[in-house]
Design a protein around this ligand. Structure first.
Ligand code: C2G
Length: 130
């Protein structure tokens, strides 16, 4: 069984997230997603609209996602790759090169980011509706 791993906040889920998860799953048989905790989001200077529990609940309903684990820190990836026997680590290419240190443990693939959508854009456009 080929196992895939990716991480993210996945707030205000949109088609860019879904297309990433779909392509990641297509690379193997089992997709593990590390979802950023609210505390870790603060380290990423991100304030998610939905809480960790709600973002996790939503992610677990997606047909491409087989397992969701918490992402608490920048430095858990090597351990996660080992503990989950990961074959391929996948991230959007806005992270190109940032996780190449994982190449020692698994394949690392950066997928093209979906243009024209982002959680920030959604927030800004909704704010503009007032
Ligand atoms: N993504 C995408 N296209 C978009 C928006 C996001 O392909 N239009 C991808 C991102 O590249 C990322 C994933 O969807 O691979 C999740 O995006 P975010 O929730 O914004 O995740 P991020 O805050 O980048 O967290 O340790 C890694 C971090 O936790 C990544």
């Amino acid at each position: 069984m080929k196992k895939i791993l990716t991480y993210g906040t996945f707030d205000l889920l949109h088609f860019g997230h879904i297309k990433l998860l779909e392509r990641a799953k297509q690379m193997g048989d089992y997709l593990v997603v590390g979802i950023s905790t609210d505390e870790f989001n603060m380290q990423k200077s991100k304030q998610a609209f939905h809480s960790f529990d709600h973002r996790k609940l939503i992610l677990e309903t997606i047909r491409y996602v087989d397992e969701v684990i918490p992402e608490n820190s920048w430095d858990q990836k090597i351990r996660d790759v080992k503990e989950h026997n990961i074959d391929i680590f996948v991230m959007g290419d806005d992270w190109e090169g940032k996780f190449d240190f994982l190449k020692e443990y698994c394949e690392v693939i950066y997928l093209k980011r979906t243009e024209g959508i982002s959680t920030t854009q959604i927030k800004d456009e909704i704010a503009g509706f007032k």
